[in-house]
Design a protein around this ligand. Sequence first.
Ligand code: ZN
Ligand code: ZN
Ligand code: ZN
Length: 273
Amino acid sequence: MTMTLTIMGTAAAEAIPDPFCSCRVCEVARREGGRHIRARATALVNDDLLIDLGPDLLTSANYARKYLGNLKGLLVTHQHSDHWLPQNLYWRKPGFTPTSMVPLTVYGPADALSELTPDLADSAHFVWQAVTAGDRWTVGDYTITAIPATHGGGYLEPLLYVIERDGRRLFYSTDTAPYGERAWELLRDLGPMALIVLDATAGERSGGDGHHGLAQFLETRARMIAEGILRPGYTQLVAHHFSHNGGLTHDELVEAYGRHDVAVAYDGMELAV
Ligand SMILES: [Zn+2]
Ligand SMILES: [Zn+2]
Ligand SMILES: [Zn+2]
């Protein structure tokens, strides 16, 4: 095993339950608790590479009992505020966190990194590194490749990340609708993934042009197999990033995806790569 991915938050923007909502999915989540409760998406590779910085980051890290003081890098997928709340980084600065830490390098699309307030942008505790689709770089022992997502309607630059260590690759793939040809080209060049965590936001409904529902998820999986990115018997595939608007409770998602041998992420899920 070369990597462990902890999916600390697994919800879309409104969380589950959406505290303002009385739909069936939210009511079941409030009543049952446990895996029905989802915070906004954030994931951690081992203890030193964080993916996304959503509004629930601190609570989710504590729920998963993770220490974030060893981070070598942070990968930001896109500027939507359920994935990118840069103010979370204030609490890592001296004055709030007295234990000393090396500067953290934050990698993300230029439009997301341009949203910083001056006291973060100019802080000696962070290095801001804009990346774009097709870029490949290293963070410690990890080699990262940025893949273009299909998300945001053309108004922002959304990225997905392939993270590789010791010849094993994991593909963190939310938020996105089915990929464009440039993404397939980059993925094809990388070859089979040991783990794919794929957007499944819309449940039984269509994910439209920004997300996947179950039907699109299965189409993307079929193409991944055809392209040699998902190798049956080798690749773990996990459905991730859910909205109550998808109409399925956690248990119903487990049943619906389980019929196709796909695991469903829950907050705190740990996956060995
Ligand atoms: Zn999202
Ligand atoms: Zn709801
Ligand atoms: Zn988004």
